[in-house]
Design a protein around this ligand. Structure first.
Ligand SMILES: NC(=O)C1=CN([C@@H]2O[C@H](COP(=O)(O)OP(=O)(O)OC[C@H]3O[C@@H](n4cnc5c(N)ncnc54)[C@H](OP(=O)(O)O)[C@@H]3O)[C@@H](O)[C@H]2O)[C@H](O)CC1
Ligand SMILES: [K+]
Length: 515
């Protein structure tokens, strides 16, 4: 699914209105009915106090239309118009009239007014600002937002938490609604996925308001979210008349004294994701542990006992995963430098491999085209320098990726793969995966996919998805706390199987009539 800019969403509205021969008020009504149905299915007429806070634009219009439906179904509502501007939208005004016709009289909140008291068991509907926010809210609106956030009431935001911009960072974190749930129209918003802004949408879901599918399909976007429907077409079925040579030979290079486990996990994940053969290249101290833990994996040892001192081998691997548990010894740096001089094989580089690249920036020029780098934010900072905010980070990551022609897979709650000015944001995974060795497993999976013939970009995107899905399947039995990387690896197989499972049918809501 793509992430559209506010401008593209407005254009989609316009296109839909023309093509479906409807008016903008009809689209707003669709949106409001969808939200009403969502609430009605859950509340079943319960008389909990619902405070609606509506701006003066179309987000506010959605809120007023919702208020009308709630009133008609006997809900206990109080409507507040947050009067932050005189420039009221046409559809806001139409809905204000429709509400007054039903004898609902909103409170108009002004700069110096008092705010209503809200109990912790009440519900707040946040329809103050939508995707049209383009400057900091006035201090009194920020104060109102603070008042709502501190009420303890459940906050349901319409489209986007008020105070979040679509395409830039927040100036004042106290002037943003902290939503318990967001009902967003038609398409997800990138800000739900970025670390600094994602915290304002605890949970979110998309409501289909019938924007033109053809328009959405044909419009190019910079970022997209990766789910099952994006990765399924990438899957390469196994041939009946194939053998282990068909699926490539992965070489995992890394390890140092005390960190041989990292290579063990990576090699196991690589094998489990389907690599035909896997060899580990480790210092001598790694020989016995890996041979004992992983009988399927072959081992080549370095001349050194405790840290890699030369990367030379006489096998012909398809792809190399490099850096896990490798340490930063100067002789390891020299070995990497020498290896990169002649290496032509595809590379996946993680952990200390990345730290060595950051320490010796000249190494970056020696990487083969489309090398995959898998940094966590701290490793990324060592590579690209500091950033002001998430948007600045994405800009710098794109520049770096272009400069060195590398694929950047930036690990986080929503791991993002950046290449060729495009960003792929992963949707699988969970907080349990913040555990030792999780990144080592990811390197192994991506390496294993390249071994099987996946293009590097596809391997990075698909590998991140599978890794997250394996973690999601594993926590069904472990919970977050007890999830270990070994258990995640045990679920890689089921993550492949899950690709072919049909999604659960959506819950049917009671349809509502137009006014
Ligand atoms: N296709 C869809 O997704 C649909 C979405 N709908 C809803 O419409 C909103 C977007 O509505 P819009 O009217 O464009 O914008 P807002 O409601 O977010 O804001 C209203 C205006 O407020 C002004 N503005 C912006 N920032 C500030 C500020 N800090 N202080 C005061 N005023 C501000 C701005 O106008 P200006 O001319 O003054 O710049 C905004 O235009 C979307 O989020 C959905 O909820 C439709 O209902 C259906 C289709
Ligand atoms: K909102």
């Amino acid at each position: 699914m793509k992430f559209f800019s506010a401008k593209q969403i407005y254009a989609a509205d316009k296109f839909t209105i023309e093509k479906q021969q409807i008016s903008s008020i009809d689209l707003m009504e669709r949106a409001a009915i969808q939200i009403f149905n969502w609430l009605h299915v859950r509340m079943q007429g319960a008389q909990v106090k619902i405070h609606l806070f509506c701006g003066i634009g179309n987000n506010g219009g959605d809120g007023l239309a919702l208020a009308r439906h709630l009133k008609e179904h006997g809900y206990n509502i109080e409507v507040n118009v947050v009067n932050y501007s005189d420039k009221r939208s046409k559809d806001f005004l139409i809905n204000l009239d429709r509400l007054k016709e039903r004898k609902v009289w909103p409170n108009f909140l002004e700069r110096d007014g008092e705010f209503t008291v809200i109990g912790p068991d009440d519900i707040i509907i946040d329809a103050i600002f939508g995707i049209g926010l383009n400057r900091s809210p006035d201090p009194w609106v920020a104060r109102l937002i603070g008042h709502l956030n501190s009420s303890g009431a459940f906050i349901l935001s319409i489209d986007i938490p008020s105070g979040l911009y679509m395409d830039k960072a927040i100036e004042d974190v106290n002037a943003v609604i902290k939503a318990n749930h967001v009902l967003s129209f038609q398409v997800p918003k990138l800000v739900f996925f970025l670390p600094e802004t994602g915290v304002f949408s605890n949970q979110w879901e998309i409501l289909d308001i019938g924007l033109d599918q053809e328009y959405l399909k044909d419009t190019e976007t910079e970022f997209e979210v990766i789910g099952k429907s994006e990765v399924l077409p990438m899957y390469k079925p196994r041939e009946k008349f194939s053998h282990k040579g068909t699926y490539g030979h992965s070489l995992i290079i890394g390890g140092s004294y005390g960190k041989i486990g990292a290579v063990t996990l990576s090699a196991k994940a690589c094998l489990t994701s389907g690599s035909g053969l896997v060899t580990a290249y480790v210092p001598r101290c790694g020989y016995v542990p890996i041979q004992t833990a992983l009988p399927e994996v072959m081992v080549i040892t370095d001349k050194n006992e405790t840290a890699i001192g030369a990367i030379t081998f006489d096998i012909k691997p398809t792809v190399i995963g490099l850096g896990i548990g490798m340490g930063m010894a100067s002789e390891t740096g020299d070995a990497l430098s020498e290896f990169l001089e002649t290496n032509k094989l595809p590379l996946v580089i993680d952990a200390d491999g990345l730290n060595l690249l950051a320490k010796h920036k000249s190494f970056l020029n020696k990487l083969p085209s489309k090398t995959i780098l898998t940094p966590h934010p701290k490793e990324l900072e060592r590579l690209i320098g500091t950033w002001k905010d998430d948007f600045d980070m994405l800009k710098k990551a794109k520049v770096f990726s272009k400069k060195y022609d590398v694929i950047l897979t930036i690990k986080g709650a929503h791991t993002m793969t950046i290449y060729n000015n495009h960003g792929y944001v992963n949707s699988t995974g969970n907080p349990g995966m913040a555990t030792a060795g999780s990144g080592d497993a990811l390197t192994g999976i991506i390496t294993g996919l390249i071994a099987q013939g996946y293009e590097p970009l596809q391997a990075a995107i698909f590998g991140v998805y599978l890794h997250g899905m394996a973690g999601d399947l594993a926590i069904e039995h472990t919970g977050y706390q007890a999830l270990t990387t070994s258990k995640l690896i045990d679920n890689i197989g089921m993550a492949f199987v899950d690709l072919f499972k049909m999604p659960e049918p959506p819950q049917e809501a009671e349809p509502q009539e137009k006014p």
